[in-house]
Design a protein. Sequence first.
Length: 358
Amino acid sequence: MRKYGSNAKIHQGYLMLALVIGFLGVLLTWALRRSTPTEYSELQLAAAKRMQQAEAVLLEVVQEENIPIEDIDLNKTGLIGPEWTPLTTTPGIEDAKRTSLDPNIAAVLVRYFKEAGLNQGDTVAVGTSGSFPGLLIATLCAAKEMDLDVKVILSFCSSMYGATRPELNVYRMMSILEENDLITFDLLAVSPGGTNDYGESALWPDSRELIFEMAAETGVEFIDYNDIEKSIARRLELFGEEIDCFVNVGGASANSGTSAYTLDFPMGLVLDPPKIPTTKNRGLMYEYAARGVPVVNMLNMRQMAVDNGLAYDPVPMSEPGEGGVYYDVAYPLWLSVIAAVLMLAVLIVGRMRWKAEI
């Protein structure tokens, strides 16, 4: 005759023991993890220091030209733009914009490029809006340290708090840094940005006229179709076939695409993309992913910070060398294996005892 009460106690006891062993296994595996500097940590640190220097140069320009520093620019970088200007097209998150100016983001880009298998002389295509000048600076500083060949097509428009100042737009920022030999890039073309990559603003009727003036100052091709499919196709032609990595900075429609799959594209370095749409408005991220080219997608700053062990919205600003991005973490997986074997053994014994007492 089955003794339900005692059987239940025996079964529950062994089950609880197995759970305790599993919990201890996980806890010990985490506690005994080891962090070692990446093989390229010195390169990462050099990129971060270069980015810090680049931001200092731009701050000097802001101060010399008496450009107001926004109240929300808590670290007084001078690189947080006003909320609404003729270049503002979409909402933005102020803490995300502040985080993007952390010089250690350049170290993140070095990690991405290394994990993408890039080597000296490889070609990186960069599609950028004005929304995150910090991320663009980080990309170009990392590329400079790694001696990569960078081709850029930029859009002038920005979400709130980005490079929204017409007098210090994203092109001028990059030009200043190039003149100071902090970055090197080949600017292929510019475009308005914004909806349909056309730069229209309901609040600022003269926004396109202003963008035309800025585009003329660059001396490069102005992509201005008011047709997102044509904008994407022209960018592909300009970048050419020999691209080893594509970097998307911000949310320019030609880069991110306007298809229903746009938001499905992961953040960070993407080597194994999700389902790739076949529509012509899928954007350069999917276009290059379809060709097997590594893609770096940078828009969600909170996720990017968490994934790379960086502080989110640090005040004061983090110094070069701070953060988990400079380390590889190794876990003693043998502990997990032992814990799993012990759990299985306990459950088997518990099952045998249960059967023996029926």
